[in-house]
Structure formats: structure tokens, C-alpha cells
Design a protein around this ligand. Structure first.
Ligand SMILES: N[C@@H](CCC(=O)N[C@@H](CS)C(=O)NCC(=O)O)C(=O)O
Length: 210
């Protein structure tokens, strides 16, 4: 089994934090997606989405998408930490939050960043190189969407230590990266005190482990 990563990328960080939290270890190969390694063979053919992270199994199966990778690893390896939940109810609540954080925060902000900053000209969609123009309005809409998410999350975090209850889950890892993207796109979210406090708590936890 091999995990292809680029340590600096938000999607890879989601898997890195999952591995650190669970103590699961897999061999890692670094691909520099900024230099275009993902378009070189054999990686180009291995993963047609041309993104990291992706996991190559012994039988040749390739699994991309950070959350699909983490779920597979959690179900394949033994760990006392279950970041996807232990009961049907826990699993449903975690998935509910994870999807809302991804749909309302992560995706709008990633699209916003790629449409805002000059360094993404020619690569506005992950895993592509083409002449699709950057549309600055997408950055504003991404921030609008995230603001609505943070309003809801702020109320929720007032009653809950972590996104899906009293234990850290994969949804917190997704949420942590949403806040990192909010910082990267220069969104002001100072009024969301609970979101900020939760992010700082996670920041200490993930940084200490690094
Ligand atoms: N939804 C995917 C996102 C994967 C993705 O967009 N990865 C980016 C880095 S954060 C990438 O590899 N980009 C390469 C490129 O744009 O060429 C996941 O969570 O794994």
C-alpha cells in the first residue's frame, strides 16, 4: 500500500491529521503537485483526477478523495480511535457535519482561492491545466457561503466541544481545514468567537503532534 501526498496541500493535511490522530502508519510518497508531478507517468495514469492524496493498494486499486481514503484506512487497520464514529447514530452525525463543512465551506473556499489569486491562473479547477478564466465573483460567493456556515457552526460549538459531539472526528479535521482556507482567502471571521476558539484548540492539537 502507498499513500501519495503533497504535505503542503490542504487535502493531504486532512489525511496527515487523520493518521496522526489514529496512529495508523502507511508508506508515503511525496508528489509535488505545484511542479506538476501528478501529470507525469505513472501517476498520470494511476489517478485520472490528477490530484493528491490518493492511495494505491497491493492489487492495483487506486482510491482518491481524502475522506474515502481515511474511511478505508479506519476500516482496514486497528486503532482505538474511531474518527468516523462507533455507532450508527455517531456515524450519521459525523457524516452530516462533514458534508455540510465540505459543501458549504471547503469547496466554495477552494474555488474562491483558485479564482482570486494570480498563482492559480491556468489552474482554476484542481487537477487541471487549461485556459478557464479566473472569476473573482466566485471568491466573494465562497466567503458568503462560508459566513453562513460559520454562523451556524458558531451557535453549535457553543454547546459542543467538537463538531460532532465530545470526541474529535473526521468532521473536525474537515472543519479545521475550512478555517485554514478562510484565513488563506483573507476572510474576516473575528465575530465567530466559538469557531475561533475551536480552531485554536485544534491548531494546538495538530501542531503539537507535528
Ligand atoms: N476533494 C479532494 C481534493 C483533492 C485536491 O483538490 N487536491 C489538490 C491539492 S489540495 C491537488 O492535488 N491539486 C493538484 C492540481 O490542482 O493540479 C480530496 O479531498 O482529496
Amino acid at each position: 500500500m502507498k499513500l501519495y501526498q503533497f504535505d503542503l496541500a490542504p487535502a493531504s493535511k486532512r489525511v496527515t491529521f487523520f493518521l496522526k490522530e489514529t496512529g495508523i502508519e502507511v508508506p508515503i510518497v511525496q508528489l509535488n503537485v505545484r511542479d506538476g508531478d501528478q501529470f507525469e507517468e505513472p501517476y498520470n495514469s494511476l489517478n485520472p483526477f490528477h490530484c493528491i492524496p490518493f492511495l494505491e493498494l497491493e492489487d492495483g486499486t487506486v482510491i482518491s478523495e481524502s475522506v474515502a481514503i481515511c474511511r478505508f484506512l479506519e476500516e482496514t487497520f486497528t486503532s482505538s480511535k474511531k474518527l468516523f464514529g462507533k455507532t450508527s447514530k455517531e456515524r450519521a452525525i459525523i457524516e452530516m457535519w462533514d458534508r455540510r463543512l465540505e459543501i458549504d465551506g471547503y469547496i466554495p473556499l477552494i474555488n474562491g482561492i483558485r479564482n482570486k489569486f494570480e498563482r492559480y491562473a491556468g489552474k482554476v479547477l484542481s487537477g487541471t491545466r487549461n485556459d478557464l478564466p479566473q472569476v473573482p465573483a466566485i471568491a466573494k460567493r465562497g466567503i458568503d457561503s462560508c459566513r453562513i456556515l460559520f454562523e451556524r457552526l458558531n451557535v453549535h460549538l457553543n454547546m459542543s466541544s467538537y463538531v460532532a459531539g465530545e470526541a474529535l472526528s473526521i468532521a473536525d479535521i474537515t472543519g479545521y481545514e475550512v478555517v485554514q482556507l478562510a484565513i488563506a482567502i483573507e476572510m474576516n471571521f473575528d465575530e465567530f468567537k466559538e469557531v475561533k476558539a475551536w480552531h485554536e484548540k485544534l491548531d494546538r492539537r495538530f501542531k503539537l503532534d507535528e
